[in-house]
Design a protein. Structure first.
Lengths: 114, 114
């Protein structure tokens, strides 16, 4: 069975500082990994994904994520946080035939303080 | 382009009532799915469909039915509502291309069962 762990319920950073939201995964075979963001009272929005190739993936709004196969991790990063980045972030893994059956982590609430 | 549209946005049901949550997408996506989101539990897959006429169960299917008569629509039926079904429900769709494709989410339906 596939699974995703987001070890931190909450991450707090100051505006302008770098941020990291952690994600580890377990899946049979090669992982397909995703990050989504959810703003209050909204649906999830896709940020970025890792399929294959370069371990550093760049996505929307200046976010990037680093895939580490040996540590089975896919941490989300941003060099300089903005207050508007405050939201709920989900990591997901797809180990089946399509993204419609992805397994999501429990989510990490990111708060960026001015 | 409307994307994924869910109706209603809010609903209050009495225990034992039935209802249908509507989901429609205009992107001609083959894959559609329903998730429920509960605090601290991330998103859990209820049912999914890989195309018209084909549906399958996800992680938490009990108490819910789905059908997929067209590519565009994927309604979720609650047969006899229970307080444990109080949740936020998200419909998602994704294009063909296997498990490397990201999901597009609707805005969600907030359901309260009293």
């Amino acid at each position: 069975a596939q699974s995703v762990a987001q070890p931190e319920d909450q991450v707090n950073v100051a505006e302008g500082n770098p941020l990291t939201v952690k994600c580890t995964y377990s899946v049979s075979g090669n992982p397909y990994l995703f990050w989504y963001v959810q703003y209050p009272n909204r649906g999830l929005q896709f940020l970025l994904k890792y399929i294959t190739g370069d371990n550093l993936v760049k996505g929307s709004y200046g976010f990037e994520a680093e895939f580490n196969k040996s540590q089975t991790s896919f941490h989300l990063k941003k060099p300089s946080a903005l207050v508007s980045d405050s939201a709920l972030y989900f990591c997901a893994v797809s180990g089946y035939t399509n993204a419609g059956k992805s397994t999501f982590g429990d989510g990490t609430t990111l708060t960026v303080k001015p | 382009n409307a994307g994924v549209t869910q109706t209603p946005k809010f609903q209050v049901l009495k225990t034992g009532q039935s209802m249908t949550l509507q989901c429609a997408q205009d992107m001609n996506h083959e894959y559609m799915s329903w998730y429920r989101q509960d605090p601290g539990m991330g998103l859990r897959l209820i049912h999914y469909s890989v195309g018209a006429g084909i549906t399958d169960q996800g992680e938490v299917p009990n108490g819910y039915n789905v059908s997929r008569s067209t590519t565009e629509d994927f309604p979720l039926r609650l047969l006899s509502a229970a307080p444990s079904q109080t949740s936020v429900y998200f419909c998602a769709s994704s294009p063909p291309g296997g498990r490397g494709t990201e999901a597009f989410f609707g805005q969600g339906t907030r359901l309260t069962v009293v």
